[in-house]
Design a binder for this molecule. Structure first.
Ligand SMILES: Nc1ncnc2c1ncn2[C@@H]1O[C@H](COP(=O)(O)OP(=O)(O)OP(=O)(O)O)[C@@H](O)[C@H]1O
Length: 513
């Protein structure tokens, strides 16, 4: 009996609670016209051979499209309201498609139809975000009822969101995350995916170097979600002493350990109804990982020193600047927890990989900071602009913002120049013989930067620059050519391309002697 109950719960995805709420939503809007819903059926068979498709195409509560696995990605670019995946005996194909579905359309319910009732497989599917794991043979009536429940819940959510002017991504319109700047294609795509995932309760893993905006993105997801009215609670695992991690997260009762002079509510409970952002999840020790996994699976927390647990309704967004997958391989991070967290992955690129955003970010921060400092927005000297755009920025957006803030605080001039750069950035004007290398500079960037600075110093004269760099003119020409800089036929003097190159800023490296 117990086994049956467990299996039943597993087969119904996130459990009975969710199923019940769907059913009640269905009742509320029963009379609504549902025929505009789009169901995507993934099948190994062509549509004409698929019995399940033939059956669905005769139903009038939705419009059904059928496709083979290789066409799924293409279909997800169109409107889809529910995915039913039946890939025959090989469930691993369904799991791969589930991953794809959750990456491309996280808010769309994904139902797996399987021929096996193997519990381990069902658990694996649920961990990866499947909404249902249904075992054949299926009862048409129950299946229709289940699907209608999902579709109705989805319709109701869209209606609520439209009423509140919230997300409309699924209708083909994209509303940006106002607090975040990013005009490049990579950021626009990321915002779009984040907007879509905001509509769901899926766990999200945000990856990216320090200062790329992981916390800001997590908060934007929360603000765009139906949980927005509830708390957004953060915890940075790197900042909490190891022995206090569990008590911070799960809370403790008075006297449960030496320093526990009072009972304390943990961050999970504090985030009830809202979102918990766990930063630097890679710093979590293995024992605590097991406990976190249990909370994510059961939605219940047990305070340290107590044997009573409490239900929590919390959406978790985790972030890491460490390569978690590698940590899984080395045994430093639990594989099951990794998959539980990585239902949707949002990867923030480093600033140096989206340089076109730098001018937009600079304007954004200058305006914001000048408002705070109650001063007029200064102009930027073109050389400084170029320097900012071409900097390496190992500290990413945080470093860019701090750099601008420091200049604005220290200079009241109407035009900011390279000379106003904070001392630690050096403005490309290091004392004679100095070279400063910011943490995170790649070797290939180092070489290019050194060459750029030297050419700039010798006003584009390649003979003098090559001599200064201790290489032949031919070697220098070869490198410039490889970087797409046209060769200067005069061998010296200042070609247009060299002049351009010479003007480029270059982090904090200088070859001055
Ligand atoms: N796209 C963006 N638009 C505007 N400001 C941004 C953007 N991304 C980040 N910032 C700003 O940059 C700073 C760093 O952002 P945030 O703390 O979110 O980064 P992080 O990746 O979480 O850093 P860490 O890993 O060190 O905690 C903040 O001041 C944030 O407001």
């Amino acid at each position: 009996m117990l086994k049956e109950t467990i299996l039943c719960a597993i087969l119904h995805g996130t459990g009975f609670a969710k199923l019940k709420s769907n059913v009640s939503l269905f009742r509320r809007g029963e009379n609504k016209n549902m025929s505009n819903n789009h169901l995507l059926l993934i099948s190994e068979e062509q549509s004409s051979d698929s019995k399940i498709y033939n059956w669905f195409s005769k139903q009038d509560f939705c419009q059904t499209q059928c496709c083979v696995p290789s066409e799924v990605s293409q279909h997800l670019e169109q409107r889809v309201d529910l995915i039913l995946c039946d890939t025959g005996e090989d469930v691993s194909i369904s799991l791969e498609l589930l991953y794809l579905g959750k990456q491309q359309a996280p808010e769309v319910p994904f139902l797996i139809v399987s021929q096996t009732s193997d519990v381990a497989t069902a658990v694996a599917a649920m961990k990866q975000g499947a909404d249902e794991f249904l075992v054949k043979p299926l009862q048409p009536e129950s299946l229709v009822k289940l699907i209608k429940g999902y579709l109705q819940a989805r319709q109701s959510r869209v209606a609520v969101e439209e009423q509140h002017g919230s997300s409309t991504a699924r209708l083909g319109r994209y509303v940006g995350f106002e607090t975040m700047v990013g005009a490049t294609q990579v950021m626009q795509q990321l915002f779009e995916r984040a907007q879509r995932v905001a509509d769901t309760d899926s766990t999200v893993l945000i990856t990216g170097e320090s200062g790329t905006g992981k916390e800001l993105l997590a908060e934007a997801i929360h603000r765009n979600s139906l949980r927005a009215e509830h708390p957004f609670v953060t915890i940075n695992m790197a900042a909490v002493p190891e022995h206090l991690v569990e008590s911070e997260l799960f809370g403790h009762v008075k006297g449960s350990f030496t320093d526990a002079s009072e009972s304390r509510v943990g961050r999970f409970e504090a985030a009830h109804g809202g979102t918990l952002f766990i930063d630097e999840i890679g710093d979590f020790k293995l024992e605590s990982q097991a406990r976190l996994l249990r909370v994510l699976e059961n939605h219940r927390v047990t305070l340290i020193g107590s044997n009573r647990d409490r239900e929590v309704d919390v959406r978790v967004i985790a972030a890491t600047s460490h390569p978690l997958q590698q940590m899984v391989q080395t045994g430093d991070f639990r594989e099951d927890l990794f998959y539980r967290l990585n239902v949707v992955n949002l990867a923030l690129p480093p600033l140096r990989e989206r340089r076109d955003d730098i001018p937009v970010l600079v304007n954004f921060f200058l305006t914001q900071l000048c408002q705070d400092l109650k001063r007029d927005v200064p102009q930027l000297d073109p050389e400084l602009e170029a320097w900012l755009r071409n900097g390496h920025w190992p500290g990413n957006i945080r470093q860019l913002r701090n750099c601008l803030e420091s200049m604005l605080v220290l200079s009241r001039e109407e035009v900011l120049t390279l000379a106003d750069l904070p001392e630690m950035m050096n403005g490309g004007q290091l004392a004679a013989g100095q070279i400063a290398i910011p943490a995170g500079t790649r070797l290939e960037d180092l070489e290019r930067t050194a060459i750029e600075q030297t050419l700039k110093r010798y006003r584009g004269n390649r003979t003098q620059s090559a001599r200064s760099l201790g290489v032949s003119v031919r070697t220098l020409q070869r490198k410039l050519k490889a970087w797409g800089v046209m060769s200067d036929s005069r061998g010296n003097g200042q070609s247009e391309e060299t002049a351009k190159l010479g003007l480029q800023g270059s982090g904090t490296i200088s070859t001055s002697r």
